[in-house]
Design a protein around this ligand. Structure first.
Ligand SMILES: NC(=O)c1ccc[n+]([C@@H]2O[C@H](COP(=O)([O-])OP(=O)(O)OC[C@H]3O[C@@H](n4cnc5c(N)ncnc54)[C@H](OP(=O)(O)O)[C@@H]3O)[C@@H](O)[C@H]2O)c1
Length: 276
């Protein structure tokens, strides 16, 4: 991590909080972190939490930073970018964590030849357990790529994609994925209650099972398929449950859900990226 770089966050919400916490936990000085937002109360909170410089003027923040992290909602991104156009330094690196909107459109709004790294983190970033897909446009140097990666690595793992469209696939898998797993855990807990467990016990069993299974999958040399086969004894309880899920089209349901998320990410990109 180039700890002398100055990093500015535009948008001080949940994801900015996660990234700032990650940077601070990794020894990055708050003197080199700045944040801007339209919400003054949130800015006061961030100042209190981290003792960093805060701005209500995005352009004033951008003029002081080597790296500008776009951490606003997609709907306001075009306005935010157009406001920054005159104030960015010529060698500034732009890191966008905004879902859907393409580096081409961000570049169009910011002006020519900007180094832009588009990223897709996920919410476990709040605990330093995220995973982020990254894509760099052609104007980004290797040094800037490693700088962007070091920011996102402060909240979990990183992986690069060479084709920007694949960020929509990352969005459909790991970006939206925590919610799919919460739904699975919720359904398992509810079904446990239906079988007679009390709610607290069923919820605890469900969460710890997901946590333990994830840790096994992470640490084992076996594939996910092999791990499943190993816990599925012939004619046992797991086998009948898995067969019941598959008979009802579990894999097809997951595939359809992820295709819908992928298509929606593309739609958001075209709807909100069209802005002149
Ligand atoms: N949360 C996730 O799991 C996740 C995962 C991956 C990527 N992302 C992306 O990360 C981005 C931020 O998400 P988030 O969950 O951190 O959102 P958030 O908590 O709503 O934070 C965004 C902040 O930006 C502020 N804002 C609005 N207009 C602004 C402007 N013109 N200038 C400066 N600040 C402005 C908002 O203020 P107001 O609330 O007053 O409008 C809010 O405080 C989104 O684009 C999202 O797609 C999120």
């Amino acid at each position: 991590m180039q700890k002398s770089s100055t990093i500015g966050f535009i948008g001080a919400g949940n994801m900015a909080y996660a990234l700032i916490s990650g940077l601070v936990n990794n020894g990055f000085s708050t003197k080199n972190i700045k944040v801007s937002d339209t919400n003054k109360e949130l800015l006061s909170l961030r100042k209190k939490e981290f003792n960093l410089e805060v701005f209500t003027d995005n352009a004033a923040l951008a003029a002081k930073c080597d790296v500008v992290v776009l951490a606003v909602k997609p709907q306001v991104l075009s306005l935010v970018c157009k406001d920054l156009k005159e104030s960015l330094n010529s060698n500034s690196l732009i890191v966008s964590i905004v879902a859907g909107i393409k580096s081409y459109d961000i570049g169009r709004w910011l002006g020519e030849n900007k180094a832009i790294v588009r990223t897709m983190p996920n919410t476990p970033a709040l605990l330093g357990q995220g995973i982020t897909g990254l894509f760099a446009n052609d104007n980004t140097s290797n040094e800037q790529k490693s700088l962007a990666e070091s920011v996102l690595k402060s909240v979990g793992s990183c992986l690069w994609v060479n084709d920007e469209d694949m960020l929509d696939a990352v969005t459909a898998l790991s970006g939206s994925g925590p919610a799919y797993l919460f739904l699975m855990m919720e359904s398992m807990a509810q079904s446990g209650v239906a079988l007679g467990l009390d709610e607290d016990t069923a919820t605890k069993l469900s969460i710890q099972t997901a946590l333990g299974a994830s840790m096994m999958a992470d640490q084992s040399a076996d594939s996910l398929h092999e791990l499943r086969a190993k816990v599925t004894s012939p004619n046992g309880t797991t086998q009948v449950a898995i067969e019941s899920l598959q008979d009802q089209g579990f894999e097809i349901m997951v595939a359809h859900a992820m295709r819908a998320a992928f298509d929606r990410a593309k739609e958001i990109g075209s709807e909100l990226g069209n802005d002149e």
